[in-house]
Design a protein. Structure first.
Lengths: 154, 147
């Protein structure tokens, strides 16, 4: 595939992520912060997000599996995950966290467990999408092209 | 092409006609207080892109300690919910110590939710997370006017 085609693919894929609600405007802010002096910023921050989220999701699974659930602890973890997902623009993960927090406030264990499944589902989807996006970017750069950020049009 | 650092310098110069040269500009110093690693990376990069020197700590206690060691900042970006010491306690302590730096509360709580206590602790400004370039520029305009 030649560079022009790859760039068009990147543009279409990126736009679809916004249209389908996986990403929101905050992700654009991250892209704008990337420049020659900080060329890998987005990948770095998103990688931090993946690492942090996986740990939080494990902690949440464990906390909700306890005999006596410590809802304060669960809430603290969800708060962190909501904050991180919001900061990188992972809109659907953030919204799932908001729903989980509501069940947590009600101390509804079943609700929390069901909602946690939803959070994990959204997280895995956005992780997959972003990894695809970064792979496309690597291919473009490897072929000597540049990422057409300014052509996103928003 | 206008560089981000020049934009930062112009914001600090306010509406003055004074031209700030690279070497004449006093670098503004900021302290990021947040327990979330992703937010730390984001806030650091936002500040750095505007040519603002920054230091990062992970909770309110560390923010107080860094001031006890003698360091001073023009701007403090203060998160609310943090372990060990939260943003309200830290802001109160810093004001009690006589710190007059611009303190901007940065939290995920919306302006409707109970942030009155945070304001009363001694904030100069408040922005709801996630922080981005337009919100930071808005905060910086407060720094300029208070000097």
């Amino acid at each position: 595939m030649e560079v022009g085609q790859m760039q068009r693919q990147w543009l279409d894929y990126t736009k679809s992520l916004f249209l389908e609600g996986f990403l929101d405007g905050q992700f654009l802010q991250l892209q704008q912060l990337q420049d020659e002096s900080n060329p890998d910023f987005v990948v770095e921050v998103v990688s931090l997000f993946f690492e942090d989220s996986e740990k939080l999701l494990n902690d949440l699974t464990s906390a909700l599996g306890q005999q006596s659930v410590d809802f304060k602890r669960v809430d603290a973890h969800v708060h962190q995950l909501k904050g991180s997902s919001s900061s990188i623009g992972a809109q659907r993960v953030k919204n799932a966290c908001i729903a989980l927090r509501n069940y947590c406030e009600e101390q509804n264990i079943e609700g929390c467990i069901g909602c946690l499944q939803q959070v994990k589902h959204e997280y895995n989807m956005v992780k997959n999408k972003l990894e695809n996006l970064f792979r496309l970017e690597q291919q473009i750069v490897a072929a000597g092209g540049s990422i057409p950020m300014t052509e996103l049009g928003f | 092409m206008v560089k981000m650092e020049d934009i930062g310098a112009r914001i600090l110069a306010g509406d003055h006609q004074v031209q700030y040269g690279q070497n004449q500009r006093t670098k503004i110093k900021a302290l990021v207080v947040d327990d979330n690693m992703i937010n730390q990376a984001l806030h650091r990069t936002l500040l750095r892109n505007l040519g603002i020197e920054n230091h990062v700590v992970g909770n309110g206690r560390e923010a107080v300690d860094v001031h006890c060691s003698g360091r001073r900042f023009d701007l403090i970006l203060m998160d609310l919910d943090m372990p060990v010491m939260n943003g309200i306690e830290a802001t109160k302590k810093l004001r009690a110590m006589g710190i007059q730096s611009t303190i901007a509360g940065v939290s995920s709580r919306s302006v409707d939710e109970n942030i009155q206590e945070f304001w009363e602790a001694g904030l100069d400004d408040y922005q709801q997370k996630p922080l981005n370039f337009p919100k930071l520029v808005s905060i910086l305009q407060k720094v300029n006017h208070s000097v």
